[in-house]
Design a protein. Structure first.
Length: 197
């Protein structure tokens, strides 16, 4: 994912979150999004991350981050105890995405999910003409070193939400430094969803 796409993605997420809300970022990485939300929205933020190095970076930046495997659940969090749970660029890397989403919806009043769209036009061309697994800014890894375990499209995720009676409150689709309105499953490199149940 390009730096500009990353910036737009964070701006959209920030625009969906109320000032001074409680936020739990699952798979928070180096805490860049949490830092932005604390600065711009004065949120009460907490992160969950598996990588020890990422946790060290977060703690060094003054963030409250705990080491935990999302696939094991969020048992220490009560139902609807957090205003927003964020699963951004995380869903495709967990072993049990269905469980992770259900846990996020249990704990959060609202859930923000963001992921790379595997059916983005460039990926489709790479598969069709090259006959190989696609490599793109949103899917930058080779097949043998990718942390991604699940490849999903925007259409797949919408279908999943409908099947599980999850309300999609807002969406945003991003590609090459801009938001996409037309045929997002084809032209959207990244999909963002604001969910509730």
């Amino acid at each position: 994912m390009t730096k500009q796409t990353h910036i737009i993605e964070h701006k959209v997420i920030s625009s969906w979150i109320s000032s001074e809300a409680s936020v739990l970022d699952l798979g928070c990485g180096d805490g860049e999004l949490l830092n932005l939300l604390i600065r711009n929205k004065q949120v009460h933020a907490q992160g969950v991350e598996l990588s020890e190095q990422a946790i060290h970076n977060c703690v060094a930046a003054g963030l409250s981050v705990f080491q935990q495997d999302i696939d094991m659940g969020l048992t220490e969090y009560a139902d609807k105890s957090v205003d927003y749970v964020i699963l951004n660029q995380t869903l495709q890397q967990v072993k049990k995405p269905d469980f992770a989403i259900k846990e996020a919806l249990r704990v959060g009043r609202k859930v923000i999910v963001g992921f790379p769209n595997f059916c983005y036009i460039t990926s489709r061309f790479q598969i069709f003409f090259g006959g190989k697994v696609p490599v793109s800014p949103s899917l930058p890894y080779q097949w043998y070193d990718t942390p991604n375990l699940h490849f999903l499209s925007i259409a797949d995720f919408k279908e999943y939400c409908k099947k599980n009676k999850i309300t999609i409150e807002k969406t945003a689709f991003i590609s090459k430094n801009r938001t996409v309105k037309f045929l997002p499953n084809l032209f959207g490199e990244v999909g963002l969803f604001l969910l509730s149940k």
